[in-house]
Design a protein. Sequence first.
Length: 251
Amino acid sequence: MKIRKIILFFFFLTFIIPGIAEAITFPIPSLQFDVKEATAPEEVAVVLEIIALLTILTLAPAILVLMTPFTRLVVVFHFLRQAMGTQNSPPNQVLVGLALFMTFFLIQPVAKNVYDTALNPYLEHEMSYETAFEKAQIPIRNFLLRNTREADIALFIRGAKVKKPETRNDLSLLVLIPAYVISELKTAFIIGFVLYIPFLVIDMVVASVLLSMGMMMLPPIMISLPFKIMLFVLADGWHLLTGSLLKSFGV
C-alpha cells in the first residue's frame, strides 16, 4: 500500500501539477519609458512637475529632519539615554521611531492646513502652482515662527545682508529654516542639561559612598545604573518627558 501511495504521489507531481500551472496564467506587467519630442506646452509642464516631484522626494529626509519637531525630539531622547548610561537601550530604531511618530502627531495640523489650502486646490486645478506654493508657505511659516527665537532670525537676516522685513510674513524660508534649526538645537540642549542633573546627582552620591567604603576598584556605574532606572520608572519618566516635549510645542 505504501508503494502504491508513493507512485500516486509522484504521478500527481509529474502530470497534474504542471497542467494546473499551465491552466493558470499570471499577468506580467510591463513598464515602458519613452522619450519623444513634445507637441504641446502641457506635455513639457508635466515633465517639469515630475522632475520637481522627484527632487522633493530626494530632499524629503532633510525636510523631515529640519522643518519639523524631529530634531528636538531625537536629540532629547539621545541625551536621556546618555544621562542614564544605558548605552544602546533603548536602541536607535526605537528612539527614532518614537521621535518620528511624535513628529507626525505634532505636524499633523500644519500638514492638514497645507493640504486644505494649497495642495488639494492645486490638484483639483483650482489654482496655479505659484499660488499654491504661496498658500503652502503660510502655515509652515507660522509653525516655524512659533518655535524660533528672534535673535536667531536676526542673525541670519544680518548674514544674508537683506533688507529687514516689515512683517513676519515677509520673512523668507531660506532665512527662517536655519534659524529654526539652531533654535531647536538650543532648546534640545537645554532640556538635555535638565535631564542630566538628577542622574548626575545619583552618580555623585554612589561614587562618594563607594569611595568612603574603600571600594575604589568597583565602577560606580555598575551600582548607580539600577538606581537611575528605578528613579526613572518610579517617576514615570517617559510620560513626564513626552508630556513636556508636547507642551514645549504648545500641545
